[in-house]
Design a protein around this ligand. Structure first.
Ligand SMILES: Nc1nc2c(ncn2[C@@H]2O[C@H](COP(=O)(O)OP(=O)(O)OP(=O)(O)O)[C@@H](O)[C@H]2O)c(=O)[nH]1
Ligand SMILES: [Zn+2]
Length: 365
């Protein structure tokens, strides 16, 4: 089977980046999934498995963000014995990056090169606004266009009412109610999947992401599993997976996101996108009200003439919006501090390798 790379999202942006790597034995391909360091990639001659080149592994030791993930465009090297290695990851246009768990404060890429980042929230059991706000900030900071997909619409009597409530925690973001079971609303999502377009699904485990992918594909490409009554053993989609759809466009299903740490700094290096950018966009209502505050750096706490608190008093803004914004801001600043500490510690550690005589006269980084 041969694939037209353009139907997978290949375009002049990636072709331009690839030109620097274009040599004998090299081909571009898109990463479908990554399994314990082995990538399944799809190129113009079909799908294949490729291991990671030593240069990528070495770079990943310092910063795991450089590891390929689903959606990445990579340079694949075919060796004379026909083995394949992923040699380079082409610059990402967008990336969903979360702070990984643990004290080291490294970031982790969940999916790359999305055009649309969908926050997937089930209508049943009740949607969780706090989770949606967090995922929306993540979606915005990826650089992709955010939307909300409210799943399992068949399980609630008046999905439109709930959608209206969800719209309040997602200002300016389209909210679509869908049912994978009945197919309602699925056709409308196709407008986000033009030829070569990439739609990523971000949501908790059990939100119905795999079912939605199957509904979009019109066939069963992912296995879904009924939730166990005790709520355990529900992690079915273990690896982030990119699925090319028959009608053009690709979907990336990420595994159920249990904890998404906010990151500070840039999520797509050099892009200016990042945690702060995402929070400002996801809380555009708070940001707009903040323009009325007397102080530019108002924390909407005890400052006089605070536009945000005034809006809450007259019922213009729900108090929980300010509380959510505060919580995510705090988390993001804490992460930024941890990251700064880590970078400082790493700079100190690498300094130790520089011979003494060379250190003299060199400014510390
Ligand atoms: N009634 C109804 N049930 C649905 C719908 N979509 C999914 N489900 C059910 O919800 C459960 C979870 O669906 P999945 O598609 O596996 O959820 P997921 O988000 O992929 O979950 P992970 O793979 O754990 O990330 C399954 O029992 C599905 O049958 C829907 O539209 N209506
Ligand atoms: Zn204020």
């Amino acid at each position: 089977m041969t694939f037209d790379l353009r139907s997978l999202g290949w375009d002049p942006y990636f072709a331009g980046a690839y030109a620097a790597y274009d040599r004998r034995g090299r081909r571009p391909a898109r990463v479908l999934r990554v399994d314990r360091g082995v990538c399944t990639v799809l190129g113009d001659s079909g799908a294949a498995r490729a291991s990671l080149a030593g240069s990528i592994l070495a770079a990943a030791a310092a910063d795991p963000v450089v590891l390929p993930c689903a959606g990445d465009w990579v340079v694949v090297h075919t060796w004379p014995d026909r083995r394949l290695t992923v040699e380079s990851v082409l610059p990402r246009r967008t990336a969903v990056v979360r702070a990984s768990a643990g004290a080291a404060s490294h970031a982790q890429v969940l999916a790359a090169n999305l055009d649309v980042a969908a926050v997937v929230e089930p209508l049943d059991p009740e949607p969780d606004p706090g989770r949606m706000e967090r995922l929306l900030a993540l979606a915005y900071s990826s650089g992709a266009r955010p939307i909300v997909i409210a799943t399992k619409a068949d399980l609630v009597p008046r999905p439109d009412d709930v959608v209206a409530q969800l719209a309040a925690v997602a200002p300016g973001v389209p909210v679509h109610a869908v049912s994978a079971r009945t197919g309602d609303g699925v056709a409308q999502l196709r407008s986000y999947l033009p030829e070569g377009g990439t739609l990523g699904l971000l949501g908790p485990s059990g939100a119905g992401k795999s079912s939605l992918v199957n509904a979009l594909a019109g066939t069963t490409v992912l296995t879904t599993q009924a939730l166990r009554a005790d709520g355990r053993g529900r992690h079915t989609t273990t690896f982030r997976t990119l699925i090319p759809l028959p009608g053009g466009g690709v979907v990336i299903d990420t595994p159920g996101i249990r904890a998404v740490g906010m990151i500070g700094g840039d999520s797509v290096p050099g892009s200016g996108l990042g945690g702060g950018f995402g929070l400002d966009r996801a809380f555009a209502d708070v940001a707009a009200l903040a323009a009325r505050c007397r102080f530019g750096d108002c924390r909407h706490d005890a400052e006089p003439d605070c536009g945000v608190r005034a809006a809450i008093e007259v019922g213009e803004l729900a108090p929980r919006r300010l509380a959510s914004w505060r919580k995510l801001m705090r988390e993001q600043s804490a992460e930024s501090r941890r990251r700064q500490d880590r970078l400082a510690a790493e700079a100190g550690a690498s300094w130790a390798w520089v011979p003494k005589q060379e250190r003299r006269g060199r400014a510390r980084p």
